[in-house]
Design a protein around this ligand. Structure first.
Ligand code: NAD
Ligand code: IPM
Ligand code: MN
Length: 362
């Protein structure tokens, strides 16, 4: 029996609620495909601050290092916002985890399920016949990590830096992905204002020479934000730096109906044992406004687990089975509140997880 070791980091807010449903679906995958995902839980974020005094305890890093993939919920919330910035869940745990494991490539697939056309805030004629966008976001560089950073009483600053190497490797990820999809890359920058974007554009153009079969277009980020809501179907792969990718991926997610639908994979290239290490998490956050009510949409978390099976463990059939199960449950009219519309049946987080796991079991 094939065995994989995963670190399970539920985190805060809706994190533990949606994680429980992803694990339910993993149980069903194990039964159906005869594989095992050996799970080790670890504390992260606000939950780890409360229990251990640090957002990213050493023990959590060790658990992740001893695993082949990390399944991550989400971190943060009002309870920890009074702490010094570097100790808060986002800057004290999530960003250091991404950096520690070199997870520079963040893949955020925004796919609209045809059943959810009504849930999109865009008119059907704007969505078009289908929507399948892959946001490829650089995740360990740019303004998130550039030094110096500082806060003084009357001024505060961050530094946006990109090196040639950082741009080149993320551009390759985008072009490789485009090659197996719609063969189109939109590179997003602000090269009319930012020096780091001038280098970004120059390096992306160089990388593009190795991919003559893939078309490259450049867009300024402000125009890209606008184009996404005017004609989203023009996009295939969207290549962005860290900050622009953060913003545009939430926008792309919402076009598909809800932030609760968008999974993500953060990967580091090949691991030494041949299994690409990755961290898999919903693109959205801990949603404090709905946490604890059992109404969060677990689909982004379930799809994140499916991406883990595909990218880190090579279980393409399991991925496809989960995707089809979600599609079938949506076809039967079941919806969590964020994607509900007239004539659909409203279910909670756990019921949605049960329905999807049931379909996976077959
Ligand atoms: P958010 O993504 O948590 O929520 C934005 C909106 O989307 C809210 O109305 C929320 O209810 C809704 N939403 C998000 N996921 C949903 C789901 N699965 N089902 C239904 N609705 C969903 O963003 P925010 O409110 O700006 O941030 C809240 C906290 O989460 C902050 O502390 C933030 O830093 C953190 N955050 C963490 C991550 C992460 O861990 N990866 C990502 C984003 C934000
Ligand atoms: C995301 C989140 C994070 C980011 C925050 C919580 C640090 O918004 O994963 O999109 O900005 O990368
Ligand atoms: Mn974000």
């Amino acid at each position: 029996m094939k065995e994989f070791r995963i670190a399970v980091l539920p985190g805060d807010g809706i994190g533990p609620e949606v994680m429980q449903e992803a694990l339910k679906v993993l149980d069903a995958v194990e039964q159906r495909f005869g594989i095992r995902c050996v799970r080790q839980d670890a504390a992260v974020g606000g939950a780890a601050i409360d229990a251990h005094g640090s957002a990213l305890p050493e023990a959590t890093i060790h658990t992740c290092e001893n695993s082949q993939a990390i399944l991550f919920g989400s971190v943060g919330g009002p309870k920890w916002e009074h702490l010094p910035p570097d100790q808060q869940p986002e800057r004290g745990a999530l960003l250091p985890l991404r950096k520690h494991f070199g997870l520079y490539a963040n893949l955020r697939p925004a796919i609209i399920f045809p059943q959810l056309r009504d849930a999109s805030p865009l008119k059907p004629e704007i969505i078009g016949s289908q929507l399948d966008i892959l946001v490829v976001r650089e995740l360990t560089g740019g303004i998130y990590f550039g030094q110096p950073k500082g806060i003084e009483s009357d001024r505060a600053y961050d530094t946006m830096i990109y090196t040639r190497l950082e741009v080149e490797r993320i551009a390759r990820v985008a072009f490789e992905a485009a090659r197996s999809r719609g063969k189109l890359v939109h590179s997003i920058d602000k090269s009319n204002v930012l020096n780091s974007s001038i280098l970004w554009r120059e390096v992306v153009l160089e990388v593009a020479r190795d991919y003559p079969d893939v078309e490259l277009k450049h867009l300024y980020v402000d125009n890209a934000a606008m184009q996404l809501v005017v004609r989203p179907s023009q996009f295939d792969v969207i290549l962005c730096g860290n900050l622009f990718g953060d913003i545009l991926s939430d926008e792309a997610a919402m076009i598909t109906g809800s932030l609760g639908m968008l999974p993500s994979a953060s990967i580091a290239g090949s691991g030494s044992d041949g299994i690409p290490f990755g961290l898999y998490e919903p693109s959205g956050g801990s949603a404090p406004d709905i946490a604890g009510h059992g109404v969060a949409n677990p689909i982004a978390q379930i799809l994140s687990a499916a991406m883990m099976l595909k990218y880190s463990f090579g279980q393409d059939e399991a991925y496809q089975t989960i995707f089809t199960a979600i599609s079938d449950v949506l076809s039967e009219g079941y919806r969590t509140g964020d994607i509900a519309s007239d004539g659909t049946t409203r279910v909670g987080t756990a019921e949605m997880g049960d329905l999807i796991a049931g379909k996976v079991r077959g």
